[in-house]
Design a protein around this ligand. Structure first.
Ligand code: KG4
Ligand code: ZN
Length: 381
């Protein structure tokens, strides 16, 4: 329906804006800008909601301006600022931190009124999956990081062979693995899906983050654990795999955190000493291995149960190289006729390109000014 969409994402500690274009089945990124307060947040070992919201306020206008400048370099600001050549504005409505969400929602409503553009609210969790619909024509280096406004312009670039593969088709199974969510969803069409199962306690990303903290690693923990795991033995420390064999498609990760806490306590003589480099590497590798095994087992179980030929993976934890490799291996070793879609790492973690991509398959709302941020939006409500 729309050809060019501006996406805005402000659910947590990233302020992001992106402009995407749809030509037939091809969705391409014209610009993708992210300003992150991660460095600030990592000082506190996690996201401080109040501080994240303040950073959102500082960054939102510079980030949107930079997304417009990058997408339309031939136009002068005096022409695109009063009326940019976009057809609609997409934004994250929720879930997320209310203070952060409000900044994006209210900015998008104001711009929609000012520019007379339709408004498309997107569920952040659904948005993550749509990173798999982006046929990015830019290479990873074609947009350089810029120091301006502390924003980083990123471009995904297709995963190996991705450009040759068509978009995911329906029905397909979705695995969302992010900081706050671990969900399995059966997509029957755009906007038509069934929730199959999810975590009963901590999310996979949350488990990475909490265990990393217990091991003395900074936030966010996922990339840190995966870095240290490279030199470790994944079978050094057997860790519990709760609900691995349960009949449902649910997950539980909170027991892992307790097990890692006990192990770290024993290994460090209850904090009188630090973990050695080898212990840290082995523990990270064992943790990563355990999380991957649980995610893969339930995902393949769901794929077989619902007889799908495609699996789409999404969310920050999908950036984990081991998870991708092991899932790929599991699919081929079980001889499943399943194609696997995983977005490039830069489109797995929070970004606005995925929000704009999802919006191409949604309808705009009738009364933009009535739109409210919803911090509790989910996939099963
Ligand atoms: O999707 P996301 O950016 O934000 C949410 O919507 O939650 O996901 C963030 C999560 C964090 O828990 C982070 O530790 C995890 O994704 N993450 C990773 C990796 N990169 C990010 N986990 C494992 N391996 C990674 N390479
Ligand atoms: Zn997210």
């Amino acid at each position: 329906m729309f050809k060019t969409i501006l996406g805005i994402e402000t659910s947590c500690d990233e302020t992001a804006a992106a402009i995407l274009q749809k030509n037939g089945d091809k969705i391409t990124i014209l610009s993708n800008v992210i300003a992150s307060s991660l460095e600030l947040q990592s000082k506190w070992g996690g996201v401080v909601p109040e501080q994240a919201a303040r950073e959102q306020l500082k960054s939102i206008i510079p980030v949107i301006t930079e997304a417009l400048q990058t997408a339309f370099p031939q136009l002068s600001p005096t022409s695109y600022l009063p009326s940019p050549p976009i057809d609609a504005i997409a934004l994250t409505q929720g879930p997320g931190l209310i203070g952060s969400l409000l900044v994006g929602v209210e900015t998008a409503k104001t711009l929609s009124l000012l520019w007379k553009k339709p408004l498309i609210p997107v569920n952040h969790l659904i948005g993550h999956f749509y990173a798999n619909w982006i046929t990015n024509q830019l290479t990873a280096n074609s947009l350089q990081p810029t120091a301006k406004h502390n924003a980083v312009a990123v471009s995904g670039g297709p995963t190996k062979g991705r450009s040759a593969v068509s978009n995911p088709s329906f029905p397909c199974l979705g695995l969302l693995v992010s900081g706050g969510h671990t969900d399995l969803v059966l997509f029957e069409n755009h906007g038509k899906y069934t929730y199959l199962g999810g975590t009963r306690d901590d999310a996979a990303g949350e488990c990475f983050d909490k265990c990393a903290r217990l091991m003395g690693l900074p936030y966010p923990g996922g990339p840190q654990v995966s870095k240290h795991a490279q030199k470790g033995n994944p079978h050094a420390y057997p860790l519990p795999k709760p609900m691995l064999g349960s009949d449902d498609l649910d997950f539980s990760f909170s027991g892992l955190k307790t097990a890692v806490s006990t192990l770290v306590g024993n290994l460090t003589n209850h904090q009188t000493t630090q973990l050695t480099t080898t212990q840290l590497a082995d523990l990270c590798a064992s943790l990563q291995e355990t999380i991957c095994q649980v995610l893969i087992k339930k995902t393949l179980k769901a794929a077989k149960l619902h007889n799908v030929s495609q699996i789409i993976v999404a969310g920050g934890v999908a950036a984990n190289q081991k998870l991708k490799e092991k899932l790929d291996l599991a699919v081929s070793s079980e001889r499943l006729a399943v194609s696997l879609f995983v977005p490039p790492a830069s489109l797995c973690t929070d970004n606005a390109a995925m929000i704009a991509a999802a919006a191409f398959f949604q309808k705009p709302i009738n009364s933009p000014l009535d739109l409210q941020a919803n911090p509790n939006l989910s996939l099963n409500s």
